[in-house]
Design a binder for this molecule. Structure first.
Ligand SMILES: NC(=O)c1ccc[n+]([C@@H]2O[C@H](COP(=O)([O-])OP(=O)(O)OC[C@H]3O[C@@H](n4cnc5c(N)ncnc54)[C@H](OP(=O)(O)O)[C@@H]3O)[C@@H](O)[C@H]2O)c1
Length: 330
């Protein structure tokens, strides 16, 4: 297997490399790309040191089986079609292609069937969307969901390496720069993520609405509020759902437990700290409000579940569904 990671020095890219390192499948070649800024940096991969290369038009003359992009939408728009043209399956973590009709938007536990015989660009959804749809998947499948009201509590790592640095420098009184976040993020929160649209929702909130319905192939009424909080790793979500069919709390729990890579965190308080480096989405505080109405608390590692893990699960499922036999399950 020949693999390339574009954006390998980024918050998500570093996790992609770590997860690839944990796999048992044979990787004959791995190339790591960044911008000029990180060219020449060394990244450890299975006892070897790999030298990061600067991405350019010729990078994809090398025929990779899979190219994982995690370097922002503009880089993906420019280079992902070139990689796809050279025959690689591209798994793109940016928002560049997610809502294009012909591009599959994949959470393998939900819609991996779309990968059968597919070659080209595959989109990885937004971090908040992935953990929400994973937790709600079997509820949607079994009894249908009519309405979702979700408030997200998103870690700064969701905005990349520089955002982590900005929070740490503010909290340690090193600098009070506000380059990534428009207001102080330390000891504060910011109730706007992304650009504000004409309908007063933000681009980040719009992703939750559109991506969820694309993945579920549904028309769920979704009302999101996305909030940035001074947490480094782990996105949390307070979610209200109204189901189509009636059920009870015990059955809601059974549906959640039936969802692959999702667990209920029963006996303890579930916080973002508890999920750092985990590939599992956790649900807790399951409450019934009244008939067909429930409230949940969903937490996952945004860099793993919300990005790198999902991308690599897409790669592994794509291999399997298209005839490369392996036993990996992350
Ligand atoms: N963070 C998350 O939780 C999350 C979740 C889902 C999706 N995403 C998406 O994943 C992508 C990366 O996010 P991130 O948080 O990892 O960002 P990040 O920490 O800022 O890292 C960005 C990466 O892209 C590279 N890069 C930037 N410009 C480049 C260029 N012109 N050519 C080649 N490489 C370039 C950077 O290389 P240098 O080291 O050279 O700067 C770095 O490796 C974004 O599209 C983001 O929206 C992030």
């Amino acid at each position: 297997m020949k693999i390339a990671v574009v954006g390998a020095t980024g918050a998500v890219g570093k996790n992609m490399v770590k997860i690839l390192e944990e796999l048992k499948i044979k990787i004959e070649k791995i190339d790591l790309y960044s911008s000029l800024r990180s060219k020449g940096k060394k990244i450890k991969f299975k006892e070897k040191e790999i030298i990061v290369k600067e991405l350019n038009q010729e990078s994809f003359n090398e025929e990779y089986d899979y190219v994982l992009f995690s370097a922002g939408a503009s880089v993906s728009k420019k280079y992902a079609p070139i990689a796809a043209k050279h025959g690689s399956v591209v798994i793109d973590n940016s928002s560049a292609f997610r809502m294009q009709k012909k591009i599959p938007l994949i959470v393998p536990e939900i819609n991996k069937h779309l990968l059968k015989k597919y070659k080209g660009i595959i989109s990885n959804p937004n971090c908040s969307t992935i953990q929400m749809v994973l937790a709600l998947n079997q509820i949607q499948k079994n009894i249908g969901i009519k309405t979702i009201v979700v408030s997200t509590y998103q870690a700064v790592s969701g905005a990349g390496n520089l955002a982590i640095k900005e929070l740490i420098e503010q909290s340690e009184n090193i600098k009070n720069d506000k380059k990534i976040f428009s207001k102080q993020i330390d000891k504060n929160l910011i109730p706007i993520i992304g650009e504000t649209l004409e309908n007063d929702f933000t681009t980040e909130e719009e992703k939750l609405i559109k991506e969820t319905n694309k993945i579920f192939n549904s028309k769920i009424h979704i009302i999101p509020t996305a909030i940035r909080v001074p947490v480094i790793y782990g996105h949390s979500e307070s979610v209200y759902i109204k189901t189509k069919k009636d059920t009870n709390k015990e059955e809601i729990k059974e549906y959640i437990l039936k969802s692959e890579h999702v667990k209920i965190y029963e006996n303890d308080l579930l916080t973002p700290k508890d999920v750092e480096n985990s590939n599992i989405t956790y649900v807790s505080r399951i409450r019934q409000i009244k008939e067909k109405e429930y409230a949940l608390w969903i937490v996952a590692d945004n860099l793993r579940v919300g990005a790198a893990t999902n991308a690599i699960r897409i790669m592994l499922e794509h291999m399997k569904i298209n005839g490369v036999d392996h036993e990996e399950n992350i």
